[in-house]
Design a protein. Structure first.
Length: 468
């Protein structure tokens, strides 16, 4: 017992039996159809060992990993994404082994390297995995990958149909045949014109019929694949997300399934800006010092999603409205999803009209609308998945109302006039303000107060009218 004035005894600490730290081995695989090259880089060392090539079967991979592993060893396997798919990654993940599929275009490489072998590729993957310099792609499960393969098969069929049509139009152009109608090609009137076309030479008549038969075959193939997609929607785990996206203007079953199949889990994107960057819709930038230059969009992301958004953006050139087909797609969906879909119409239709009013090119306007549409797609998908949306604030301002709140952005505002719907200043007494719709990210309102009107208003305020 300690007494006052005497030295205090040292407190004895109980020594716990701590387990030794786990050894981490980074395994790089250069994967091919019949063989895999294996290299290992262990954490805490600078050595990268090459273990040669093994047969390209899951059993051979399991055997080499059993030799490399053991008690107190953690294995982290990686290989490049390629034509072999995700089967190996899913096999290892099911066995409890960490495995990542690397994005090939984002692997750091030296500019002067001119030698490429299987051994060097495997060693590079192991070394960069140990340094944490690799970027991994999303690994879908078997069901999602099957739907995505079906989606991409339909896209290939649509491209084949376009090429067959172009070949027939090329024949008409070479022979001086011009469609006298004013409508578009491949309408009923255009097909009737082709069916009644007479040829001087038998060879051209036979070639025209052969090309028409090829077009009919490709069109039937596209229809079959689209029907197969729609039939598999009810049993898909993302069916609720597809139904929510169909509430947006410009989206139906095929386009919504294309978007969900390519993206997968929308919650892996923390913000709509990340989703826009993934789709390659953000502008490129070349800045240095005080100079900042932004160019065209990067186009480095998912091309299928970007094409789907651009096609849907054309539907926002008209005033906001909820037609019979859109109302049918919105039946049974959550109120918050329907409110966001209506807010997307109000925002994007006004954005389209505002940019066209500034005499922007149509391709620029459609791209800008598609980029903002990606944000609404992210928000609707997150709501359908039961995820909460982050609170967005203006700089230096208090939190503002969000879509879905009482009286904010509800479809009941559809009775507004067209001028109010597209963002123009509503008519009424001076100082009166109509209902406003808040979206995920604040932008300047179209119409009154637009950037194009500020210089003139500033000159008038300073006493310098338009006549100087």
């Amino acid at each position: 017992m300690w007494k006052a004035g005497s030295p205090r005894p040292r407190q004895q600490t109980k020594v716990m039996n701590q387990s030794p730290p786990r050894r981490i081995k980074h395994v790089g695989l250069d994967v091919h159809a019949t063989s895999h090259a294996v290299a290992v880089a262990e954490s805490g060392t600078e050595e990268v060992r090459y273990h040669g090539e093994i047969p390209g079967t899951p059993e051979a991979v399991d055997k080499i990993l059993r030799k490399l592993g053991g008690e107190g060893v953690e294995l982290r396997v990686c290989y490049e994404a390629g034509p072999t798919g995700y089967g190996l990654a899913r096999h290892l993940l099911a066995r409890g082994i960490a495995c990542g599929v690397v994005a090939p275009g984002l692997i750091p490489r030296k500019g002067g390297e001119r030698v490429k072998t299987n051994r060097l590729d495997a060693q590079r993957l192991a070394r960069l995995s140990r340094a944490g310099e690799l970027t991994f792609v999303h690994v879908p499960d078997a069901g999602d990958e099957a739907i995505r393969d079906l989606v991409r098969a339909r896209m290939s069929a649509v491209e084949d149909l376009r090429r067959q049509r172009q070949r027939l139009l090329g024949l008409f152009l070479r022979q001086g045949r011009r469609y006298p109608g004013t409508g578009r090609n491949w309408t009923r009137a255009h097909m009737a014109y082709i069916a009644g076309m007479e040829w001087e030479r038998e060879e051209h008549r036979f070639l025209c019929q052969e090309m028409l038969q090829a077009i009919d075959t490709e069109q039937a193939r596209v229809d079959r694949l689209a029907a197969a997609l729609e039939s598999r929607l009810p049993g898909w785990r993302w069916a609720s997300v597809v139904g929510a996206l169909r509430c947006l203007r410009g989206f139906d079953t095929v386009s919504a399934m294309t978007m969900v199949a390519e993206v997968g889990d929308f919650s892996r994107f923390e913000s709509p800006e990340q989703l826009s960057a993934y789709m390659g819709l953000v502008p490129g930038e070349d800045s240095t010092g005080s100079r900042r230059v932004q160019g065209s969009i990067t186009k480095t992301g998912n091309a299928a999603c970007r094409r789907t958004l651009v096609e849907a953006a054309h539907h926002y050139r008209c005033a906001p409205a909820v037609g019979e087909k859109l109302r049918g797609r919105q039946e049974g969906q959550p109120e918050a999803v329907v409110a966001h879909a209506w807010g997307a119409q109000v925002r994007l239709c006004g954005r389209f009209a505002h940019l066209k009013g500034q005499h922007k090119k149509t391709v620029v306007v459609v791209t800008a609308v598609a980029r903002e549409l990606a944000g609404f797609v992210w928000a609707v998908a997150m709501l359908a998945m039961g995820k909460g949306l982050p609170e967005r604030r203006h700089r230096g301002a208090a939190p503002r109302a969000r879509l879905g709140d009482a009286g904010v952005g509800t479809p009941g505002q559809a009775e507004k006039t067209k001028a109010e719907s597209i963002g123009e200043k509503p008519a009424g007494p001076r100082g009166a303000k109509g209902p406003r719709v808040y979206v995920l990210r604040p932008f300047e309102k179209a119409g009154a107060g637009s950037p194009g009107e500020r210089p003139a208003r500033r000159r008038v305020a300073e006493g310098r009218g338009s006549n100087g």
